[in-house]
Design a protein around this ligand. Structure first.
Ligand code: GDP
Ligand code: MG
Length: 439
């Protein structure tokens, strides 16, 4: 949880009765770093940090809390508030057909999200849905939606590249009325960047259709740019909500904060995969944790830089980022660094990475000493290739370290776990792994 996550940066503000400019400075800087690292747009970070500072200054620290906990409380509240506090679902409260207009740049995920929404509305809300594409510029785009519709068994209103977007949409609306569809999802054309023709076209569609939902679809991987796109669409259209896509990738979700900040509109759904099942309700608290998530890794690296020599720290940071071949030698190096950084237990809370996974919860210094002893008893070759450790080698190592063979086996299993963790970090990104850990 957040309290443990920022534990290291706030430990220096213990034992004071009030949060002051002085005692929250380091913690503020840490939060700022975490937000920037998550790709939150700079102006948004600045505003947020100012807000948190104003809210935090003078906050009295309750007797039951440390000042650090009080500060975390402020950060957490502010971030969650900015994200929207509660989940807001889709609004269909209108005379049918309720029209959902999809807006966003090309490639943001409008067509895919149209299909996902159709699936959700059909299966979970038992609505009769009609899909239509107004993307007349790319024939493949209409075809793409048609394919999704047939996969889902949802009605599709055909269109061609020769028609005008507005004509298509009005004809579909008419058809939906006559055939008693509850919902009409209107997929539109995007552009690679903000473009006046696109904006005029989508405003015209909006004016004529009067949709109950105008959803801005935005790619979370867009990072810093998301703020400009969001501003342009929000200035042109009365948006009712946002779908943040591609959160299954490396993105830490900083775009969520930027987009919220600029539009003030609720993020209603997140896209978490290319498949039609990859649509989830947005939960502000989870996103707040995700956005702040890497702060602890950053602080870990910072700690490492303070306490161990710089070359070693850089190598360690590099390993974390790239998930490169991680062997028992590295494992041992990590354990030694952990010592220098103030003990195992302080680190367990902060380190989501390999060593954190490899050392069983509740491990104490003694257990770690034994692990180190076992690794010391191995030859360099065995450390870099643990798979060569068969029974006779294990017996020799156990004897050398003064432990049982079972204990050697346990360590190897834990190490294997750690390697898997490293692979996940390199493949799916840290955020994915951390989401996995929180279950
Ligand atoms: P459009 O141009 O806005 O209609 O975007 P598309 O719906 O065609 O999506 C563009 C690409 O992004 C496609 O390859 C989709 O499969 C992919 N995509 C859309 N949403 C997601 C998502 O949530 N996660 C992932 N990984 N890919 C997505
Ligand atoms: Mg499309």
């Amino acid at each position: 949880n957040l309290t443990t996550r920022l534990a290291s940066v706030i430990k220096n503000i213990r034992g004071q009765a009030r949060l002051t400019e002085d005692n929250i400075q380091d913690a503020l800087r840490e939060v700022r770093m975490a937000l920037l690292e998550a790709d939150v747009a700079l102006p948004v970070v600045k505003d947020f940090i100012n807000d948190v500072k104003q809210k935090a200054l003078g906050v009295e620290v309750l007797q039951s809390l440390t000042p650090g906990q009080a500060f975390i409380g402020v950060v957490h509240n502010e971030l969650t508030a900015l994200m929207g506090t509660t989940h807001v679902g889709i609004n269909l409260a209108t005379t049918p057909p309720a029209i959902i207009l999809m807006a966003g740049l090309q490639g943001s995920g409008k067509t895919t999200s149209s299909g996902k929404l159709a699936k959700l509305l059909t299966e979970q809300m038992k609505k009769k849905v009609l899909l239509v594409s107004c993307d007349v510029y790319r024939p493949a785009a209409i075809e793409q939606l048609k394919t999704l519709a047939s996969q889902l068994g949802v009605d599709f209103f055909p269109s061609t590249g020769e028609q005008k977007p507005l004509d298509i949409a009005l004809a579909a609306q008419d058809y939906a009325k006559k055939h008693y569809h509850d919902v009409l999802i209107v997929d539109t054309a995007g552009r690679l960047g903000i473009d006046e023709v696109m904006m005029n076209e989508i405003s015209e569609l909006h004016r004529s259709l009067n949709p109950v939902e105008t959803l801005f679809v935005v790619d979370a991987m867009q990072g810093q740019d998301a703020i400009n796109t969001a501003r342009a669409f929000n200035d042109t259209l009365p948006l009712t909500g946002i779908i943040l896509t591609k959160l299954d990738g490396d993105s830490r979700g900083g775009a969520a904060l930027s987009v919220r900040h600029v539009t003030g509109k609720p993020i209603k759904f997140i896209g978490v995969g290319e498949k039609l099942t990859g649509l989830e309700a947005f939960h502000p608290e989870r996103m707040a944790s995700r956005v702040l998530g890497m702060g602890d890794v950053l602080s870990l690296i910072e700690d490492a830089q303070r306490n161990v020599d710089h070359a070693e720290a850089a190598r360690f940071a590099d390993k974390i980022k790239k998930g490169k071949g991680f062997d028992l030698e590295d494992f041992k190096a990590q354990i030694q660094q952990m010592r220098k950084m103030g003990g195992i237990s302080a680190l367990m809370d902060k380190l989501p990475g390999a060593a954190g996974a490899a050392i069983p919860a509740g491990a104490d210094e003694k257990a770690v000493n034994r692990i180190e002893g076992i690794i010391n008893a191995m030859t360099p070759q065995e450390r870099s290739k643990p798979e060569i450790l068969k029974a006779s080698r294990k017996r020799r190592i156990a004897a050398g370290a003064g432990v049982s063979v079972q204990e050697v086996n346990r360590l190897l299993k834990q190490f294997e776990q750690a390697q898997k963790m490293m692979k996940m970090m390199s493949k799916g990104g840290l955020s994915k792994m951390m989401r996995g850990m929180k279950g």
